[in-house]
Design a protein around this ligand. Structure first.
Ligand code: ZN
Ligand code: ZN
Length: 133
């Protein structure tokens, strides 16, 4: 059976440093894996115990687009800013002001958006699980 690296499509010599991708179930060259030698050997021993968790860049592109996690981080950043703002207002006023309400609303909206993102990521991460309907 011919065996090729999913990332560069070239043959993988088992004497070479390589890592097993749990998604395409192929061995990926170290150079194509984005992992260093330490990570490769850690992943190899996990794979021997059937506990490998590495997935190659090709598999990651289809299952988890990077712009999702980027948006996720942006929202988190914004959320933290707003939380700091809320705390600031809380410290300067003992009563609930209209600005305070607005900021609280914004924080809640962002939290909901973030939840949707996280749910979306969970779904795309577990795409192997079929939803019974
Ligand atoms: Zn390769
Ligand atoms: Zn793969």
């Amino acid at each position: 059976m011919a065996h090729g690296c999913t990332v560069c499509l070239l043959k993988v010599d088992r004497k070479e440093n390589s890592v097993f991708c749990i998604k395409c179930k192929k061995w990926i060259h170290q150079i194509c894996s984005g992992l260093n030698e330490e990570q490769i050997s850690a992943e190899k021993s996990l794979h021997q115990k059937n506990e490998g968790s590495y997935s190659c860049s090709k598999c990651n592109i289809t299952s988890k687009p990077t712009n999702h996690s980027q948006s996720d981080n942006l929202i988190l950043e914004k959320l933290n800013q707003l939380a700091a703002e809320v705390n600031e207002i809380k410290q300067t006023t003992s009563k609930t002001s209209s600005k305070f309400e607005t900021v609280i609303d914004e924080v809640h909206t962002l939290k909901n958006v973030l939840k949707k993102f996280q749910i979306y990521q969970m779904i795309s991460n577990s795409s192997s699980l079929n939803c019974p309907s």
